[in-house]
Structures are given as structure tokens and as C-alpha cells.
Design a protein around this ligand. Structure first.
Ligand SMILES: *Cc1c(COP(=O)(O)O)cnc(C)c1O
Length: 435
């Protein structure tokens, strides 16, 4: 059973000021979840979550998480600048990018962030980019950042925990574009040390949206073993290990959500088994969660505006894949609640569609739902991460507003809806639209 964090009455009040469709985030849920995460890793002195900005790139959200002790994980110029303008700089920035333009490495170094390298050739690339750069702080010019890390790719296939139906998690690092091989990572660390980098770290992201408490502990085990081996054989000392993102959420009502306390304990156990005996008990653990931090605490609220009966039953809503692309792109399941009909029997079967001229623009296919009437409001669940942020303007569909449900029940607009003027703004003077 999935319950929305908002009622029909509240939505009816909100739409008087902010029409549908809109994304709305639950501040209370976000804060409580961040606190639970920090508590789960409180056994580790240097623990820090760097929120993956790409999941929900909104400065108000970044600030809320920063108040809860989180930094930002950026991977583009816009994400770095957003973090900077939200007042999150220095050691609170992790830059885990790939295929990165030189000016973005320079920007990260200027902000004092930690650069996480995606390839062995990027050691020289960053060195050369910084050598030629005039930094705001002349003392920092030409120097490598104090803290840097490398992304590890073990290759092959990553599997985890056989359940009845096969593996719980299976991903193929061997086919993924990211990271360095073991041999390369050792060489990169040696080079970085020679270039004056003081603190070195290791990062890996092997599977996405894992719904099992075993993913992080298993990944931690792999990275801890490698860290010990590298220290023993190559004399490279690591000061942090970044488990990155990938802890998932239960999109479907019959899934058991991850237990973050159990996940933290699982990593703790591996830490005690592997790092502590090797005398590496001062290693800091970092995470770069996106989905886990925000997805459940965002709804896309949309209104039913059409019903159509042909070979199937369709409900047309005023949002479309441009507002939430995961169902169209991945066939992803997003739970839907018809607000005010939470307890009504699900005795109808609908496709819930958006307006794009693409037949994959469906938020749900053959979904059992209560009878939907025109004017009903639908809450599309788990849209708080990789939701608004993946929006696009296909068919000239505009981005919706983002709203924040405050802990005291107030609603604040934290990003206005896009207008036609915004949409035409890059056509340099050809359009002067008044709307
Ligand atoms: C996408 C991404 C994340 C966040 O992933 P989630 O699945 O949202 O937790 C973290 N780090 C990097 C480098 C990423 O690309």
C-alpha cells in the first residue's frame, strides 16, 4: 500500500495558485530520510552523503539537504554553479563526472571540490587544464586539488544474492563506459601522489536502483579488499571510499523498501572485517545517493482532462512524458493514486496518457484503478528524483512548476513553470511573444 503525502483537499487549495501539472516535494519526508541515512552511517567518523544533483537539481532542495549535513555530487558546469549559488562549496562538493570538458574541472578546483576521475588519461588532462588556468585564488593556480579520487570499474558482470527468480541484482560493468581498471587505478594513484594530491579516494557505481540491503555491503567489501591490496602492494594510502549511488526505492507497492539502518550496519561489518585489521580504520565513507534521497518525497500532480473509449480505456491527463519521462523511457512503474479515492475499489483498467505525439507517452498501461472522472487529481508517486530533472520540451510542452510542501503545511513555489517566452527565448529576436 502506497500512501500519498498530500490529500485531495490540499491539492484543491494549491491549484487556486499553481495550476496542474506540478511537481511537489515533501520537506518533512526529505529531512527525516536524510537523518536516518546519517544515523545509519554515524559509526564512521568522516561519513558524508553528497546528494546527486542530477536527481533533483533545485537549489532549495540542495539547501535543505545541506542543512541535514549533505554535500552535492555534481557532474556538469550547471550543477557546479547551482551548488555554488546554493552556498555549497569546498569539501561539500564531489565532482563525479565523465567525458568532462576542461573548464568544468577548473570550475570544480576553483570551488575547492573533490575531483573524481573517470579515466587514467584524465590525470594529465586535469593537470594541464589547471596549469593553464587563472583561478580566482592565485595561490591555488596551477596546483592539483588537495583531494581527488578515481572511479573503479571491475569489468565483467556484477551479480548479487540469488533469489527464487534469479539474481536480485545483475549489472554489467564490463559493458559500461565508466571508470578505470585495477591496473590503471594503481598507476593513477601513484601519479596523483607525485603531483601533490594529499588525499586519495576510490569510487564505484556498479548497479542502479537496487532494492536489497546487500548492494552497499557487497560493493563496500569489494572496494575495501582492493584498498587493502593497493596499500600493501603499491604503498598507496586511501583516505576515503565513495560508494556512490544505486540504493533504490520500492516503486511498486508489493516491494519491500530498503532498510537504511541495515545497509549502514552491513557496511560497518565489512569495515570491521576488512579495513580495521589492516590498520585502515580512519577511512571515511562517502555516498552519492540521488534516488534514495528524494524519489519517494516527490509527486507529480496532474488532472484528468479527457476520457476515451476505443479498443482500450484511456484517461488523458494534463502532464506528459516531458514532465516525467521514466515510464516512456524505461517502461518504469510509477504508482498512481486517484486523490480522494484512496479507499475506492480498483475495479477499472486504464491506460493513463499524456499528450505527446508518441504512443509511449503513457504513465501507466493496463493499470487497475478506481473509476476516474474528468477533473480528478492523480498523484504519480516516486517522482522526486529523476523526474522533473529529466524533463524536456518535445512537442513544445513546457516544464511544470516545482513546489515544496513545508513542514508546517505551507506550500512554496521553488521553481516557476516555464512560459512560452522562456521556450522561445533562444530564438534571438525572432519571437516576441506576449502571453
Ligand atoms: C546518477 C549518479 C548517482 C546517483 O544515482 P542514484 O541511482 O540516483 O542514487 C551518483 N553518482 C553518480 C556518479 C551518478 O552518475
Amino acid at each position: 500500500m502506497k500512501t500519498p503525502f498530500i490529500t485531495k483537499e490540499k491539492v484543491e487549495e494549491i491549484v487556486k495558485t499553481y495550476p496542474t501539472p506540478f511537481h511537489i516535494y515533501d520537506e518533512k519526508g526529505i529531512r527525516e530520510n536524510a537523518r536516518a541515512l546519517n544515523k545509519a552511517f554515524s559509526w564512521n567518523k568522516g561519513y558524508k552523503e553528497y546528494f546527486a544533483v542530477k536527481a533533483t537539481p533545485n537549489p532549495t532542495i540542495l539547501k535543505i539537504l545541506h542543512e541535514e549535513g549533505c554535500g552535492t555530487d555534481c557532474s556538469s558546469m550547471a550543477e557546479l554553479v547551482m551548488s555554488e549559488r546554493a552556498g555549497i562549496v569546498g569539501n561539500d562538493i564531489m565532482f563525479s563526472s565523465n567525458d568532462t570538458p576542461a573548464e568544468e574541472f577548473v570550475k570544480c578546483a576553483e570551488l575547492g571540490g573533490t575531483i573524481n576521475l573517470d579515466d587514467i588519461t584524465h590525470v594529465d588532462f586535469v593537470y594541464n587544464a589547471l596549469k593553464g588556468a587563472k583561478m580566482a585564488d592565485p595561490a591555488a593556480s596551477g596546483k592539483m586539488p588537495r583531494k581527488m579520487s578515481c572511479r573503479f570499474n571491475p569489468g565483467g558482470v556484477f551479480t548479487l544474492g540469488k533469489s527464487g527468480e534469479g539474481f536480485q541484482v545483475m549489472d554489467t560493468p564490463g559493458d559500461s563506459k565508466y571508470g578505470l581498471t585495477e591496473e590503471q587505478i594503481i598507476e593513477a594513484y601513484k601519479k596523483l601522489s607525485e603531483l601533490g594530491v594529499e588525499e586519495l579516494g576510490m569510487h564505484a557505481f556498479l548497479a542502479s536502483n537496487t532494492v536489497t540491503n546487500e548492494y552497499y555491503p557487497t560493493l563496500a567489501g569489494i572496494l575495501f579488499e582492493l584498498a587493502v591490496k593497493i596499500q600493501k602492494e603499491a604503498g598507496v594510502k586511501l583516505s576515503f571510499i565513495n560508494l556512490s549511488g544505486g540504493v533504490g526505492i520500492a516503486y511498486k507497492p508489493d516491494q519491500t523498501p530498503n532498510d537504511i539502518a541495515a545497509i549502514g550496519e552491513g557496511v560497518h561489518k565489512k569495515f570491521d572485517e576488512i579495513l580495521v585489521p589492516a590498520g585502515m580504520d580512519d577511512v571515511s565513507i562517502y555516498t552519492e545517493l540521488g534516488r534514495f534521497m528524494l524519489a519517494p518525497y516527490g509527486h507529480l500532480i496532474t488532472k484528468a482532462i479527457h476520457e476515451k473509449h476505443i479498443y482500450k480505456e484511456y484517461i488523458g491527463v494534463d502532464a506528459c512524458a516531458a514532465n516525467l519521462m521514466r515510464p516512456a523511457m524505461y517502461g518504469a512503474y510509477h504508482h498512481i493514486t486517484v486523490l480522494g479515492k484512496e479507499d475506492a475499489p480498483c475495479d477499472h483498467v486504464y491506460d493513463i496518457t499524456g499528450s505527446l505525439c508518441e504512443n509511449n507517452d503513457k504513465f501507466a498501461i493496463d493499470r487497475e484503478l478506481p473509476e476516474i472522472e474528468k477533473g480528478d487529481y492523480l498523484a504519480i508517486h516516486d517522482a522526486g528524483a529523476h523526474g522533473f530533472s529529466m524533463g524536456y520540451n518535445y512537442n513544445g510542452r513546457l516544464w511544470s512548476a516545482e513546489l515544496l510542501l513545508r513542514e508546517n503545511g505551507d506550500v512554496t513555489e521553488i521553481r516557476r513553470a516555464q512560459t512560452l517566452d522562456d521556450y522561445f527565448a533562444t530564438l534571438d529576436g525572432f519571437w516576441d511573444v506576449e502571453v
